[in-house]
Design a protein around this ligand. Structure first.
Ligand SMILES: [Zn+2]
Length: 465
């Protein structure tokens, strides 16, 4: 009987010409026992092609190749490839999740969907009010989905929801039906908070702290611009901005100042710059103030707070710094905002903010229902507190790094966080944390510090996952 089953199994695999499968790998030169470059396994040929097609970027004198797999020109969702190398030591780490054997019929369907994309969007506009009323479609692309047993092709349409409080992705099939909606609301309501030494009113934003203004009198620099839904951007001929704190216009100045400080901090402490300009948009919701606070594609959007759950959001240094930090976490890691990647993204935006502000209680100024929204100085343990929830799990990660900060000091801990994010890459899973942290510890810290990191991994429950 056993033989018959085996025969049937082998026979069915043999008969299947589209042997669809996916594989995930992670390797680092600094992992225990990984002395030699282990190679790329069975996807070597595909990776060679990805490397040719992909633009390299420099982070911290390392060359990072980071990309998503494409098949027949279509991005495959859920896949990634990353390789980090340096001139001195060659390949330092790589990680990937790639697929093979997407059936021809799916590729064919992807081409058809691409040809019909305009018509399909029209159909959906007719059936979905939200798309009809949406101010602007940000992106239209055909994607392949391959994280399930049967790969599929979708028209993926991304847009900012009409209330400007969330990003929505529609996955549309060849018949013009929306089969799935993904949306993330990057609200401070679920979010983060950070701290400045004194409250915004006390700190009385002084004009000398606005660095590198473009000089035409507008509140803007090469790295940063600010605008409001209801107010013009402040202008001052002599570049001295004094605005009464009772004015809404003051929100632009205050939020500009906080983000400017964060940009300088990343440059000075971690030698990281974005390479593009951030834009802040405040007063989301206009005359109906909202609790919006999120980052997307270089844009920080902030409501004023509804006065019930949040107040004066653009004046909370922890919230504003958190949103700015997202840009840097994205730059360093390539991590997205959903699922486990989202937990990392929140955790490190919190961690950098706390390190910069010297406070761990996020939302301490704006959040009205408690002294703060969340605190990254906590006793949560990976072994018992991971729940598969974005903001909950982020606290396990951020508190682990905060513990490292307490024991190693700000400089070493933030450098370690930076190296961690680079090596982790876009497809990082929460369970990868101990391995990646051990690897970057060996690469970054003197050997007398290694046991400190190990003890934190123990203490925070990562060694008994
Ligand atoms: Zn966030």
């Amino acid at each position: 009987m056993k033989h018959l089953l085996l025969f049937l199994l082998v026979g069915s695999l043999w008969g299947c010409s589209n042997n669809f499968h996916s594989q995930q790998e992670r390797w680092s030169a600094h992992s225990p026992g990984a002395e030699e470059f282990a190679g790329y396994g069975e996807f070597e040929a595909q990776i060679a092609e990805l490397k040719i097609k992909t633009a390299h970027q420099e982070i911290d004198s390392k060359t990072v190749i980071r990309t998503q797999q494409k098949v027949a020109g279509f991005s495959v969702e859920g896949t990634w490839f990353q390789e980090v190398s340096s001139e001195e030591s060659g390949i330092e780490s790589y990680s990937y999740q790639l697929v093979e054997g997407i059936p021809e019929s799916v590729i064919h369907s992807a081409h058809e969907i691409y040809e019909n994309r305009e018509a399909l969007i029209e159909v959906v506009r007719g059936s979905h009010k939200v798309l009809k009323n949406s101010p602007k479609i940000e992106k239209v692309e055909v994607v392949l989905e391959a994280d399930e047993l049967s790969p599929k092709a979708w028209l993926k349409v991304s847009f900012v929801a009409p209330d400007e409080q969330s990003i929505v992705h529609f996955y549309i099939n060849a018949a013009g039906r929306v089969k799935r909606t993904r949306s993330w609301r990057h609200n401070f309501t679920d979010g983060v908070g950070f701290v400045y030494d004194s409250s915004p009113e006390e700190s009385d934003l002084s004009e000398q702290m606005l660095k590198n203004l473009v000089g035409d009198g507008k509140l803007a620099s090469k790295h940063l611009s600010v605008e409001s839904v209801i107010q013009p951007t402040p202008v001052s001929e002599d570049n001295i901005f004094k605005i009464s704190t009772s004015e809404r216009e003051f929100d632009l100045l205050q939020s500009y100042f906080f983000v400017d400080q964060m940009i300088s901090w990343f440059q000075e402490e971690l030698n990281v710059s974005l390479g593009y300009s951030l834009n802040i948009k405040v007063h989301i919701g206009g005359e109906k103030p909202t609790n919006a606070a999120f980052f997307y594609a270089g844009n920080i959007r902030l409501g004023e707070g509804d006065g019930k759950v949040y107040q004066k959001i653009p004046r909370d240094p922890s919230i504003v710094s958190h949103e700015a930090s997202h840009a840097y976490v994205e730059k360093l890691s390539g991590l997205g905002f959903d699922g486990e990647a989202g937990s990392y993204s929140e955790a490190f935006s919190d961690f950098f903010t706390a390190a910069r502000l010297g406070r761990t209680d996020m939302g301490y100024f704006s959040y009205m229902r408690a002294p703060y929204k969340r605190n990254i100085d906590n006793d949560m343990r990976a072994s018992k507190d991971l729940r598969g929830k974005k903001y909950n799990d982020s606290l396990v990660i951020s508190s682990t790094f905060w513990e490292l900060k307490k024991l190693l000091g700000t400089k070493k801990a933030t450098q370690l966080a930076k190296a961690f994010l680079i090596e982790l890459g876009p497809g990082g899973k929460i369970k990868d944390l101990p391995e990646v942290l051990t690897s970057v510890t060996r690469a970054q810290l003197p050997s007398e510090d290694h046991h400190v990191v190990e003890s934190v991994l123990e203490q925070k429950g990562w060694r008994s996952l």
